[in-house]
Design a protein. Structure first.
Length: 192
């Protein structure tokens, strides 16, 4: 049960954003900029970075929902998403993405944990300055999003299929005002 009365039954960050829509608008815009861009890092790779950072932060709602969105871009490859979530170094992903996730994992600990060696390793794998920039900002933003969700104990669905439905919606429509729309997630299936 959330620490505050958000006056709605929406799960996760959606319930919190509906409580403060004036904060939701710029947060949704930031999510679209960071996760829907196709320059350099694909949408799937961006969602995988968000999923891994959220997993490191132990934010079940975020790593499950963004993992489900990544699956939409990866033709339903849940095994790959799960491996990236837990053990990206041995996942069948590019060396560039491994180097970027290494940077993201450092950002999750502290911005100062990112080393020049990590940046150089990413560049050797073909990462551009923009790729590195976006990776750091995705990781930093997801530390904020994860703490927002867990810091207020947002309602978290226990029915994992609801995340798949939401992932499809995000892959098709992106992040934005429709975030408040409901999906068939009965209150009885929401972990309190």
């Amino acid at each position: 049960m959330p620490h505050i009365d958000v006056h709605n039954d929406l799960p996760g960050i959606r319930g919190l954003m509906a409580f403060r829509p004036e904060a939701a608008e710029p947060m949704g815009a930031l999510a679209n900029i960071l996760l829907r861009d196709e320059e350099g890092i694909s949408r799937a790779e961006r969602e995988l970075i968000a999923t891994h950072v959220s997993y490191l932060n132990d934010c079940f709602y975020c790593h499950t929902s963004h993992g489900a969105t990544a699956c939409q871009y990866l033709d339903g490859n849940k095994a790959l998403v799960d491996q990236v979530r837990k053990d990206f170094r041995n996942a069948p992903i590019s060396g560039k993405l491994k180097a970027l996730i290494t940077i993201a994992a450092s950002v999750q600990k502290s911005g100062k944990a990112v080393t020049p060696e990590q940046i150089e390793a990413a560049r050797r794998e073909g990462a551009t300055d923009r790729d590195i920039h976006d990776t750091v900002l995705i990781a930093a933003a997801f530390c904020m999003f994860n703490r927002y969700v867990d810091g207020l104990a947002a309602t978290t669905p226990s029915d994992l299929s609801s995340y798949d439905a939401r992932g499809r919606q995000i892959a098709e429509r992106g992040y934005g005002s429709h975030i408040f729309s409901t999906f068939p997630i009965p209150v009885s299936e929401v972990a309190q």
